[in-house]
Design a protein around this ligand. Structure first.
Ligand code: C2O
Ligand code: CU
Length: 466
């Protein structure tokens, strides 16, 4: 089966927006800890009269509960694993203490079925983050193990009711409501663009609509929780401006002067929109825009007018010392249409049938997946400049754990004026991207493609800060 994202999205163009946008539950127990339980559950993802789907979720629903704290606050999560396999929880984008990063096999032992693990960390930055399973993520995240983590400004800038989290996912359904689990380990897809779905949801609902108040200024926090899909969104179509990427807000709201905005797996974008009339967020990669979420706008006499000149206070991040930066070169190879390549996996060169049995298809500098030795070591405080060269035929979404970075340039040209901070960057075929960051967080950190099938099939490495 050949998967084309265009065709799949077009296949569901019935045009109407129906369900309500679920606002996600907030969990906090009496002792100040959030309780998070991973386990199997059933949920109606598909049409109202279709059977519900068998998922793996946090607290019974995908996305899991919205964990919401204030900047600088301590977050304590008592996590229990009620799955039948080990797992761990990663707090994506949080500049976190290494032992709390939640990477099974690197920063902690996986949490065995029936066991509990307490995550305890400080959220240093105000912004839009998320959490997800980090053990066999290609499987666990695809089945629903993810949720939003929102860190509020110390003095909130948006009214709580105008601050809306939208977690985007694309599910692969094999029939009415039936999650396609047979395709989960498809090596063919691992070596292509990853496992794309055919059913889009926002906060677990297809094409939800919510009622909003005219004249109010809304903050929309879009989180891409899909394994491999890049959502293409054009904020100009509904009059929105950009106020932040990947949990880091801008000094000034910015108008997107190119279109569309590519929201890669794991990336977030915060938008600001003044509700004037009904508006719809659409996915615009196909021939006809595909509605993702709708907002029906009407007047209200009871809601106070909100100011539209809102400005967020950016977080303070360590600025890179480019004059002293150490340059690390990372060459991406492999995948379908990438030609024959040599791959070292677990210290040995793969040959013939090995590729299939080891399930490896991609490499960074010729090495697939985690080696004994780190990809590089940095002294704490050192500026690292990573030059990533994509020699594959595919787009990738590279994520650095424990740090945010700035994109310096793409293939020689300056992009994204103001060099916004990110934790995940997209890189297209034949592109070269330079990023820089201060390696200020001690520990062992992953650097991997967030197309989760690519990571499993080799696009996964680690570095150490000492
Ligand atoms: Cu969203 Cu390795 O992370
Ligand atoms: Cu990739």
């Amino acid at each position: 089966m050949k998967i084309s994202r265009r065709r799949l999205l077009a296949g569901f163009s019935c045009g109407v927006l129906t369900s309500q946008l679920p606002s996600l539950s907030l969990a906090e127990s009496e002792d100040g800890m959030f309780d998070l339980v991973a386990g199997p559950s059933r949920q109606r993802l598909y049409l109202p009269d279709a059977p519900s789907s068998d998922l793996w979720t946090y607290n019974g629903y995908a996305p899991g509960p919205e964990i919401r704290v204030k900047k600088g606050e301590r977050v304590q999560v008592r996590f229990t694993n009620k799955l039948e396999e080990p797992t761990s929880v990663h707090w994506h984008g949080i500049r976190i203490e290494n032992s709390m990063d939640g990477v099974s096999g690197l920063t902690q032992e996986p949490v065995e079925p029936g066991d509990t693990f307490v995550y305890d960390f400080v959220a240093p930055d105000a912004g839009t983050f998320w959490y997800h399973a980090h053990n066999k993520s290609w499987n666990q995240v695809a089945r629903g193990l993810y949720g939003p983590l929102i860190v509020d400004e110390v003095e909130p800038v948006f009214e709580r009711s105008n601050d809306i989290t939208l977690v985007l996912d694309d599910w692969r359904l094999a029939g009415e409501g039936v999650l396609d689990v047979a395709s989960l380990g498809s090596m063919m897809e691992w070596a292509h663009g990853g496992r794309l779905g055919n059913w889009l949801t926002v906060n677990g609902q297809s094409r939800p609509v919510t009622a909003r108040v005219r004249g109010q200024t809304y903050r929309l926090r879009l989180i891409n929780a899909a394994n491999a899909r890049v959502f293409e969104i054009d904020p100009n179509r509904f009059g929105a401006t950009l106020i932040g990427f990947d949990g880091q807000s801008f000094t000034e709201p910015a108008k997107l002067d190119y279109a569309p905005l590519m929201l890669g797996p794991a990336q977030r974008v915060d938008l600001m929109v003044v509700a004037k009339s009904d508006f719809t967020i659409e996915e615009v990669s196909g021939d006809t825009p595909y509605p993702i979420a709708g907002f029906s706008v009407s007047d209200s006499e009871t809601t106070e007018a909100s100011r539209s000149d809102k400005k967020l206070q950016p977080n303070v991040l360590p600025s890179a010392d480019l004059a002293k930066a150490r340059r690390i070169r990372l060459q991406m190879t492999g995948g379908a249409m990438g030609g024959m390549i040599d791959i070292i996996y677990k210290g040995k060169k793969l040959q013939g049938d090995d590729f299939r049995t080891a399930r490896q298809a991609w490499a960074f500098n010729g090495v697939a997946n985690l080696a004994e030795e780190p990809f590089f070591e940095a002294r704490q405080g050192e500026t690292i400049l990573v030059e990533t060269v994509n020699r594959t035929a595919w787009v990738h979404a590279m994520h650095v754990h424990g740090h945010h970075f700035q994109i310096l340039n793409r293939s020689g040209s300056d992009v994204d004026e103001g060099k916004p901070w990110r934790d995940t960057f997209l890189i297209g075929p034949d592109q070269t991207t330079e990023i820089a960051f201060v390696a200020d967080n001690p520990g062992k950190w992953l650097f991997h493609c967030h197309m989760l099938e690519h990571a499993a099939a080799g696009m996964n490495t680690w570095f150490q800060v000492t």
